[in-house]
Design a protein around this ligand. Sequence first.
Ligand SMILES: Nc1ncnc2c1ncn2[C@@H]1O[C@H](COP(=O)(O)OP(=O)(O)OP(=O)(O)O)[C@@H](O)[C@H]1O
Length: 345
Amino acid sequence: MGPHPAVAAIRLAVRRVLHDLLTEHHRAPAAVPHALSHEQPPPPLVLVACSGGADSMALASALAFESPKLGIRAGGVTVDHGLQPGSDLRAAEVVQRLRELGLDPVDSVAVTVGRAGGPEAAARDARYAALDTAAERHGAAAVLLGHTRDDQAETVLLGLARGSGIRSLSGMAAVSGAGGRYRRPFLELDRQTARKACMVQSLPVWDDPHNADPAYTRSRLRHEGLPALEKALGKGVVEALARTAQLSRDDADALDSWAAQAEATVRDAAGLLDCAKLYALPPAVRRRVLRRAATAAGAPAGSLFARHIEEVDRLITGWRGQGAINLPGKVVARRQGGRLVIRQG
Ligand SMILES: Nc1ncnc2c1ncn2[C@@H]1O[C@H](COP(=O)(O)OP(=O)(O)OP(=O)(O)O)[C@@H](O)[C@H]1O
């Protein structure tokens, strides 16, 4: 008898990602050519980022099962955000569970969570910094994350509510981070499948109290928003939102590359932006060119919001002699005759 369908599904999802990683590993040029070193390149190491929750425990179990078959080394990392009493004990428990699954090396990393951008964003920034450091320390080829299709649907809705364009509707990428380090094998699986896989494999899981805390936007969306949407629109909403993410990502990528080409054509010999040529561009491309110019001048991408770009855009499309526009990072945009100048003020 084969494994339970939920277990088969999580293993298949992980197997696909491991296959991709192996293909990339064999294609990458070795630091010392094998013919000279007379040695096989070491097998790649893949780490699972595990909170102890159902999604990442299911991921860890599938990684532990699939990796030896492909000659891949598998380890794990858990991050202790220090946000609740006893979080260190929980981290130690996760380490033990990962070791019991046969993963090695397994790290627990304690981080200090700041306040910048709100509690959820600050915890996420600290977590990714710790995962980056762990991946570099171990020379890992990849770090697997347990985001599911349900997480993707939530991310799309949060992006929609921000009102900042299709890039924010494109959710999380299956591959992201420096050198494509982060992989999300479960993006097309639902959370229920991961939970079921843990249950039938008797894997103990930890339910993060933050996930049920109505003080957090994502938690309200998960427990109130999405169920209400499903009730009103039908069961396929999560799947449709995840599909929206993929379609939006493709569209946003195409527009970004169009904007990169357009930027070169609207800059004059001195590197200033020609307002008439900007005006002639489709608005979606023009706004992207303006965003590129602002970040190139030093405006931090994360603090540059749609409203900033709209204001700069009005220097082109609604010109009535208005003054300079202040942007984050002390960048100033001003119109000088037929040119737009965006630089450090
Ligand atoms: N404390 C942590 N330590 C290591 N990895 C983490 C930690 N928290 C989250 N992650 C990684 O990020 C992914 C997404 O986490 P998030 O908390 O957004 O979602 P989740 O659905 O609650 O996931 P899970 O059920 O695995 O906790 C997790 O599946 C895991 O891979």
